[in-house]
Write a protein that binds this ligand. Structure first.
Ligand code: ATP
Length: 488
């Protein structure tokens, strides 16, 4: 079995070889931290999206979904604080010209210390860094880097610039004319989907006659000019988020924050991943909008890392949109409080759950990817199998005639025609059956059926289960029901 770094590399290669994920514009040597989903990756991603969407909207009567545009009025991002605050402290090496996120540079150094067995010093450096970051003390951060003689991996020198803030938003121009300062036409590619929900809060509340507490969910692209982007689809410059903003009464945020922490963890466990692979990580340094925040981290092959953030965003966003737009963002609550008086007008508070779709794809892939040694005394053998939960697998059923003649393909086609409206099927008649099974294992197809000569006599086929590789004979008429039961 591969060790973890090797496992991460193996997953990347597997994704490319089997049509899950390709580097973007690969014929031009790719574009850093941008990826394309291939034929099976896009199916997997869509299944995850559908599963999230259903569990958020269909399963919660008080949550509805929207699909807002990527471009938004530029003032949105002033109101949200992203123009002023959405930045990371960076430092450049003057010799290599390479730019680093300061926290990543220092964390890398701490990892080196740990690898040398100097855990105590590593922890001390990290604690100092956290203290400087919490105070935005850039001079302190630079001094920490200099005192420890932290070097650039490329130039090998410690010749650093000052620490500066670097905004992570991408911008472009809107329309055909550019003003003299270029600012009037400047629009941003949204760095989070949440603001599309905030600016539509009243539209949805009024037209949907929503009563607090209620939620608005959205899945969509977000863009961040990430500086350190070397971790496959974990950190991309263009990615997708699945977010839900839950609007609540001011003062009830603690209770709803706990509710959504628990609810989201249940969703993660429903993916068939054991609870030991997850942990909560509470934020010490809160984002500019939050009064409480935590991440759900998953134990990736590259270590425990964030997949989802749960944030108590107070009324920060709606209040600021009210101030900048001069439009009321209030809700009238005619329920009665404990004194029998209506709660009246207020700007709702918000609990946000924000999960990265691409990181979820990576989590599902990491969990599914398995190398199995199937050697016997007679011969060496192994397989790579993606043990996806059947409901998320890109292909649910492979339909394989044993040979390309004797009327077997015709029967297989009939089964295909019968099943393809209900779930994704894949027909294949090339290669030996053994090779075809292995290929389906590598794509994570949970069920294969083989049509052989006996099928012509008694209308039965062999169904093979991916994880156990066990096979049994079942009647043709039962195939659809068997698969539907197991993928539901
Ligand atoms: P990180 O600390 O890893 O940069 P973040 O805390 O900035 O992430 P949030 O702003 O909370 O992330 O975004 C919510 C979710 O969006 C994250 O939990 C993650 O799953 C996803 N996400 C954020 N940035 C990226 C990215 N560059 N590539 C892929 N997914 C991302």
């Amino acid at each position: 079995m591969a060790n973890d770094t090797n496992k991460f590399q193996a997953i990347i290669s597997h994704c490319k070889e089997y049509g899950f994920i390709f580097p973007s514009s690969e014929i031009y040597d790719g574009l850093s931290a941008v990826y394309d989903y291939g034929q099976w990756g896009s199916e997997l991603k869509k299944n995850i999206k559908d599963y999230w969407w259903k569990s958020m909207t269909q399963m919660h009567e008080n949550i509805v979904g929207i699909d807002a545009a990527i471009f938004m009025h530029p003032t949105t991002w002033k109101a949200s604080g992203h123009v002023d605050n959405f930045s990371d402290p960076m430092i450049d090496n003057k010799d290599s010209k390479k730019r680093y996120r300061v926290d990543h540079l220092i964390e890398g150094y701490a990892e080196e210390l740990k690898a040398k067995g100097d855990t105590q010093n590593a922890e001390a450096v990290l604690a100092e860094m956290d203290a400087f970051l919490a105070k935005d003390d850039f001079e302190g951060l630079k001094k920490l880097i200099e005192d420890h003689k932290i070097k650039c991996a490329i130039s090998g020198t410690s010749n650093w610039t000052d620490v500066r803030q670097f905004n992570l938003m991408f911008s472009t121009e809107f329309g055909s004319t550019v003003s003299s300062d270029g600012e009037d036409n400047k629009v941003y590619l949204r760095p989070e989907t949440a603001q599309g929900i905030f600016v539509n809060f009243l539209n949805v509340q009024k037209t949907g006659r929503m009563k607090i507490p209620f939620g608005i969910a959205q899945i969509g692209k977000a863009f961040r000019n990430e500086i350190v982007a070397r971790q496959f689809i974990f950190r991309m410059r263009e990615f997708e988020q699945m977010e839900m903003q839950f609007f609540i009464r001011p003062g009830s945020q603690k209770q709803w924050y706990e509710f959504w922490k628990e609810e989201r963890m249940k969703w993660h466990l429903s993916l068939g991943i054991v609870k030991e692979k997850y942990r909560f990580h509470d934020h010490v340094k809160l984002a500019h909008y939050a009064d409480a925040a935590c991440d759900i981290e998953y134990d990736f092959p590259i270590g425990f890392k964030e997949v989802e953030g749960i944030h108590s965003r107070t009324d920060f966003d709606l209040r600021n949109h009210q101030e900048y737009s001069k439009k009321k963002m209030q809700y009238f609550d005619n329920d009665l409080d404990e004194n029998g008086k209506p709660y009246g007008n207020y700007i709702p508070y918000v609990i946000e759950t924000s999960i990265g779709l691409d990181r979820t794809v990576l989590m599902i892939l990491s969990e599914a990817y398995t190398e199995e040694d199937l050697s016997t005394e007679e011969r060496k053998d192994n397989r790579v199998v993606l043990k996806f939960p059947p409901k998320l697998a890109p292909i649910k059923l492979a339909i394989l005639p044993l040979v390309k003649k004797d009327g077997l393909p015709e029967i297989a086609r009939e089964i295909m025609n019968d099943c393809k409206f209900s779930f994704r099927c894949f027909y294949e008649e090339k290669d030996t059956i053994g090779k075809r099974y292995r290929r389906m294992d590598a794509l994570g197809t949970p069920f294969c059926i083989t049509i052989d000569h006996q099928t012509k006599e008694d209308n039965t086929v062999t169904i093979r289960y991916r994880d156990t590789m066990q096979q049994e004979r079942v009647h043709i008429n039962t195939i659809k029901a068997i698969v539907e039961k197991l993928i539901s």
